[in-house]
Design a protein around this ligand. Structure first.
Ligand SMILES: NC(=O)C1=CN([C@@H]2O[C@H](COP(=O)(O)OP(=O)(O)OC[C@H]3O[C@@H](n4cnc5c(N)ncnc54)[C@H](O)[C@@H]3O)[C@@H](O)[C@H]2O)C=CC1
Ligand SMILES: CC(C)CC(=O)C(=O)O
Ligand SMILES: [Mg+2]
Length: 364
């Protein structure tokens, strides 16, 4: 089996010999722990690594070098850390680190982003919600990943007739893109508790009106799934007020991005939420929902559990190793139930020590 990771011990010119560069910021640290956990399971995985993000820009002149994209395309699955580097903020858009992850999603056709949010036993006190509502959270956000305002054209800057600087982006979806993610939403809900909530802004946006029309049409194929629609502003409020009402949420790229960060705090921390980004054939890129967290980079403070749980999703969705995935998830649950917590959850355990705990729980 081939496996491409977002972590890269790279010793090319300018990199510094042996420096780990798994994406940017905390990316290398959290991917390192996930790779340790996968290695401890002795699954016979074959790891290959390639530069990506801000570091790739520095050493190869582009955040997503062609060699990296080619390796990702050849791999059975991709484990990715995070990209984003404040030192690259001034670069033109195509050279910014974030273009690497957007490019991987687009070029590899990873249109479906699964972001599960579930409260682990013993973590109710870490939730940002009232204890009586926090316990009910077990939801799946199905986010469309290769369309919407992140990819629409035209986009750019210009000067208006009044001499004002103007920036513009285009929010767009066609019906095939909506139908494709809607079907996955219905299938996902069918495999869970049978309830799908489609989130849009159809009271204002033309794209959302089309979204709602198409999702409603597709519902005819899934009479066993109960479909509801909700505006995104209400959905943000309902996630905090009564998160237990949600089973599966299907939504667009922008709304799904925002709602999943919010959902992470409902279950304790952004350092806990994994994700799978899938193509039509089940090939996937697996990454935590968080970014490169430059504010805590290099401090051994990042929570690696979101990436470790992403590795579990990779085993299940792309590599046919559901038993091993379940073992990782059980180990994470046991570690959290024991009270072990990184700083984001109010604890003192470091990134590598949390990896040690998960590996120890696997062996228990
Ligand atoms: N898929 C990707 O590669 C993503 C990249 N980004 C990029 O990451 C950079 C930073 O973005 P932010 O908006 O600050 O979002 P972020 O998710 O990196 O960080 C937000 C906050 O959460 C904390 N945090 C994030 N992950 C954590 C973890 N594992 N353990 C403990 N605390 C954690 C950070 O310390 C920070 O206070 C930007 O360049 C952004 O564009 C952001 C989101 C996703
Ligand atoms: C570069 C961003 C669009 C990535 C992000 O925030 C996400 O996918 O959650
Ligand atoms: Mg995000």
């Amino acid at each position: 089996m081939r496996l491409c990771t977002g972590r890269l011990p790279f010793s090319g010119e300018g990199a510094g010999a042996g420096r780990d560069i798994g994406g940017d910021g905390i990316g290398p640290d959290v991917v390192a722990q996930a790779v340790r956990v996968l290695t401890a399971l002795d699954l016979g995985l074959d790891f290959a690594e390639a530069p990506v993000g801000g570091h790739a820009y520095r050493v190869a002149g582009h955040p997503l070098p062609p060699e990296t994209l080619a390796l990702a395309a050849r791999a059975d699955a991709i484990l990715f850390g995070a990209v984003g580097d404040p030192d690259c903020d001034g670069l033109e858009r195509q050279l910014r680190p974030e273009q690497a992850i957007l490019g991987l999603r687009r070029e590899l056709g990873l249109f479906a982003n699964l972001r599960p949010a579930r409260l682990f036993p013993g973590l109710a006190d870490a939730s940002a919600l009232r204890p009586e509502v926090a316990g009910a959270i077990d939801l799946m956000i199905v986010r469309e990943l290769t369309g919407d305002v992140y990819f629409g054209t035209p986009r750019g800057r210009r000067t208006t007739a009044d001499g004002l600087r103007e920036g513009f982006d285009t929010m767009r979806y066609d019906e095939a893109e909506i139908a494709r993610i809607a079907r996955l939403g219905f299938e996902t809900a069918r495999g869970r508790r049978g309830r799908l909530c489609s989130v849009d802004k159809a009271n204002v946006l033309e794209t959302s009106q089309l979204w709602r029309d198409v999702v409603t049409e597709i519902a005819a194929e899934y009479s066993d799934v109960a479909l509801t629609h909700m505006y995104v502003d209400n959905a943000a409020m309902q996630l905090v007020r009564a998160p237990g009402q949600f089973d599966t949420i299907v939504t667009g790229n922008l709304f799904g991005d925002i709602l999943s960060d919010q959902a992470s705090m409902c279950v304790g921390s952004i350092g806990l939420l994994p994700s799978a980004s899938l193509d039509a054939a089940g090939k996937g890129l697996y990454e935590p929902i968080h970014g490169s967290a430059p504010d805590i980079a290099g401090q051994d403070r990042a929570n690696p559990l979101a990436t470790i749980l992403s590795a579990a999703m990779m085993l299940r969705h792309s590599l046919g190793l559901a038993d091993a995935a379940a073992r990782i998830e059980a180990a994470v649950a046991a570690v959290l139930a024991s009270g072990a917590r990184t700083a984001d959850l109010g604890g003192t355990i470091g990134t590598a020590a949390m990896g040690d705990r998960v590996i120890a729980a696997l062996a228990a």
